[in-house]
Design a protein. Sequence first.
Length: 96
Amino acid sequence: MEKIKAEEQDIINAVCLYIADKKGIAPEEVEVELMYDDDYGFSAEVYTGGRKQVLITVNLIEALRLWLDQELQRNPYAGIELVLDDDEGIIAYITE
């Protein structure tokens, strides 16, 4: 099995594409801040048009699936594991 590592910027890009696709706007119009909380896990604050939206882990996984399909032309149903790394921040390991 091949393992792909998605860096923090890749995850941010994936969320930008995901929100842009949902709202019918350009990805450049989306701002994203990734977060991790011991109680709630992974999430992201997304800002578009002066409004804030909070995405939870399942939304981040969905965004990565869209990114895998559209940007990398890879299997969007691959296994995805979000990880908090001390040095690299929030990353994802994708196993095909």
